[in-house]
Write a protein that binds this ligand. Sequence first.
Ligand code: GDP
Length: 451
Amino acid sequence: MVLAQLGGTITRAIQQMSNATIIDEKVLNECLNEINRALLNADVQFQLVRNMQNNIKRIVNIEDLAAGHNKRRIIQQAIFNELCNMLDPGKPAFTPKKGKTSIIMFVGLQGSGKTTTCTKYAYYHQKKGWKPALVCADTFRAGAFDQLKQNATKAKIPFYGSYTESDPVKIAVEGVETFKKENCDLIIVDTSGRHKQEAALFEEMRQVSEATKPDLIVFVMDSSIGQAAFDQAQAFKQSVPVGAVIVTKMDGHAKGGGALSAVAATKSPVIFIGTGEHMDEFEVFDVKPFVSRLLGMGDWSGFMDKIHEVVPKDQQPELLQKLSEGNFTLRIMYEQFQHILKMGPIGQVFSMLPGFSSSELMPKGQEKESQAKIKRYMTMMDSMTNEGKSCKLDSSNPKIMNDSRIMRIARGSGRHVREVMEMLEEYKRLAKIWSKMKGLKIPTRGDMNMR
Ligand code: GDP
């Protein structure tokens, strides 16, 4: 995701500025100009970028910087706050309640990922025990109903649509009524994809909205839409009361800055992001952890939540202690693999730690493969002696994994020597990442709440 590059550029600009001996207006301006360029490159709307620059200049007191306070932290915090403000319209989106019927209507440009997102949204709630249903009110695009039907069937979600009826308002109303009677708590209405200029389709969208009276209208936006995002989002908002945004295709090469523009144009928060074509490649969007990760500040609360969720309580202090010591043995790798298999995609977990860029994490789209690989590595490690697992495989102890030991492991686990070597390489790679944690102060809950 190119947004990660944006984070990297911003962090570097702040670093460069804080390296300067004297911080005056000129140095601060250079830093802010660099950040502006990065934001514009990421397709954030020009006006938003200018506002952000002005706000930071107003907030940051040059005298404070000169007086030897932690400059990096002051600027980073100001940028953090401004990016959060950009992404946070100040009022939360309507939140449906389990057990109570809510109607959610999805709108967006054709090809934005709207139909896929409807199913992802339904599936996400179904996994949490909700009773969702899908209504296809897209009579404009041939094959739209088939696509929704196919997705819904795969996820075992009830659906409603018609091959013959051409009036989307009629289908939407019938679908909503049908599922209300079935006591579904989430009725999701998919509408025809639109283009800004298609006045007739916009009118149709307005009519569907008036007839079904949705509790929430979600604007689905492809993250690669770029600078056009602001105008497109605004056009939708002017026709129907958009209340939330979902940004799709955040896994691709999109610059992603359009998301910030869409929030500004619709004054609605991003509630989820789509990170792949599969049903479960869908993440809840939280502003602060997102910006924090973007700026390489880590998402401690997310990370700690994950640790609390999967690591047994009595093992948590020890794990955190080991993290701050930075020593990584094969035994720790084994234990972490056990946790990671429970925690989910490695990339997601590590990206919550400060100082980690996504490029050094598990590449997106390869997580399923990685899980199989982890299981394979664990089989090999199972056949290692206790002595082997506890050793720290680094330059101070390079001979411990000699050829005969590697052959023994391969034989014992029924694996090829090449695979054992590969496992040891992976160990070295992770040890390098782990060593970055050395001396890191893991904040307490109180510190985390300060952000
Ligand atoms: P619609 O015309 O807006 O209903 O768009 P579709 O739901 O048909 O999606 C268009 C294409 O985008 C399809 O090939 C989807 O698989 C793909 N797509 C949707 N969401 C995502 C996403 O988050 N990531 C990626 N990589 N592809 C997506």
